[in-house]
Write a protein that binds this ligand. Sequence first.
Ligand SMILES: NC(=O)c1ccc[n+]([C@@H]2O[C@H](COP(=O)([O-])OP(=O)(O)OC[C@H]3O[C@@H](n4cnc5c(N)ncnc54)[C@H](O)[C@@H]3O)[C@@H](O)[C@H]2O)c1
Ligand SMILES: [Fe+2]
Length: 462
Amino acid sequence: MASRKRVFDLLRTINVASCQCPAHGYRGNIHVTNDTPLKDYAFEIKNSTVRYGLGVTREVGMDLVNFGAKNVCVMTDSNLVSLNPVKAVLDSLTKNGINYQVYDKVRVEPTDTSFKDAVVFAKNGNFDSFVAVGGGSVMDTCKAANLYYCDPEADFLDYVNAPIGKGKPVFVQLKPMIAIPTTSGTGSETTGTCIFDFEEIHAKTGISHTALRPHLAIIDPLHTLTLPETVANYSGFDVFCHALESFTAIPYNERGPAPPNPALRPTYQGSNPISDAWARFCLQTIQKYFTRSVYKADDIEARSSMHLASTMAGVGIGNAGVHLCHGLAYPIAGNVKSFVAKDYGTAPIIPHGLSVVVTAPAVFRFTAASDPEKHLEAANLLGADISGKKKSDAGEILADTILKYMEALKIENGLSQLGYSSDDVPSLVKGALPQQRLLQLTPIPQSEEDLSMLLENSLTVY
Ligand SMILES: NC(=O)c1ccc[n+]([C@@H]2O[C@H](COP(=O)([O-])OP(=O)(O)OC[C@H]3O[C@@H](n4cnc5c(N)ncnc54)[C@H](O)[C@@H]3O)[C@@H](O)[C@H]2O)c1
Ligand SMILES: [Fe+2]
C-alpha cells in the first residue's frame, strides 16, 4: 500500500514532469508521442443501456435469465436490505429461478477497506453476474468487487487513478452487472467510475475505466419513495453539481493532447454539445422539481423527475466529467471530523452531495470568467432572471442562484458548520491536489493559492 510520503512524492513528480492533460490522469504507462495534436478534436459518448419505468425492477430476473446467469451476487447496504427496493429485486430473482447471495455490508461512503471486504465476498462466491441495488455507495462497491473478482491477481492500487495508484486500463473481461439506483443521485449506474475514500491520505479517489460501466441500468422511480428527506436533499445537490460542472467543464476541443489511438481517449473529455444537452435538461428539471422532491416524499412526479435527471446527469458527467466542486469535495469528505448526517448512519460522514455543493458558490464565481455566457445560461436554467445582466456579473449571478437553492433546502452554512476552520485549509488543499483528473477539467487553470482562496471563501456561505 502506498505511504503518504510516496503519494505526495509522486504528486510532486507528476506535477513537475508530466503533461498537464486530463487524459494522463489514468493512462498508466501509455506513451503519447510528440506528433499527437496538442488539442483534441473529437469527443465520444459512451453509456450503459438504460431502462426507465415505474415498477420496471420486476424485469431484473428475466434480464439475468437472458444473460444466462446461474449464480448472482446481489449487493446492497444494511439499511436498504430490509426495504422495498431490495425486496422487489429478490422477488424477481426468485420468480425467475435465479440463485443468488446477498452482500449487505456495503459501507455508506465506501473506503478502500470496505471495497476490499466486498471483493473477498465476491471471490468466495463463484458468481457469474452482479446486481447492485442502492445509491452510489452500493453501485461503486459492486463495480470494484466485479473488477477485482475478475482480476484476482491484481494489486488494489493497480487500477486506482494515478498518481495515487497506477491507473491501469481494464483489459480483463468483467461479469455482467446490473445497477438499480435508489437515490437521485450519483448517476453511477451509467458511469465507468467507482469512488472510495483512501483512508491513508484522507481523501477520496477512484477507479475509472469504461469497462466498469454497468451492462444495464434499471431506473425505477418507485425506489425513491422510501428516500429520507436528507438523502433526497444531499443526493439531489450531487445531481445539481454534476449538471453545473459538466456544463462548465473545459470544452473537449480545448483539452489535449488528442489521443494517438481512439481507445485512449479519456473517459472525462470536457464539455461537449451532447453532454450539454443532458446538463440543460437536468438544470431545468432541478428548477421545477428539486425542492418539491425533497419536501414531499409522496410526490411521485417530482421524485420520478429527479430520478431521471440523476441518470441523465450521469450520462453527462460520465463523458464530460466534473471539475472543481468534486475535486475539492474529496478531501472535505475524507477529512471528516465529527459531522454526523441524519439518515446516513451513526458514523461521522459528510455526504457526497453536501461535500460537493458547499464550495459551489465560490467555485462558480471563480470559473465564470472562462465562459460568462454559459454561466449566465446555467443561472437562467435554474430560474434566475438574466435579462439585461452583464457578462462581468455572471459569476455573482450564478453563485447567488446556487445560494438560493442551498438556503431553501437548509444546507449547512459552509465548511465551518461541517467542522472545519481556516487552520484546516492547507490540508484540504493537499488532499485536493491528487485530484488532477478533475482539476484539469476546470475551465480555468488554478494555483494552490486559488484552491486555498476557494476553501476560505466557503467557510461560511450565507
Ligand atoms: N461512480 C460515480 O460516478 C459517482 C458519482 C457521484 C458520487 N459517487 C459516490 O457515491 C456515494 C454516494 O452515493 P449516494 O449519494 O447515492 O448515497 P449512498 O449510497 O451513500 O446512500 C446514502 C444513504 O441513503 C440510504 N438510501 C439510499 N437509497 C435509499 C432509499 N431508496 N430508501 C431509503 N434509504 C435509502 C442508504 O442506505 C444510505 O444510508 C459517494 O461515495 C460518492 O463519492 C459516485
Ligand atoms: Fe458527485
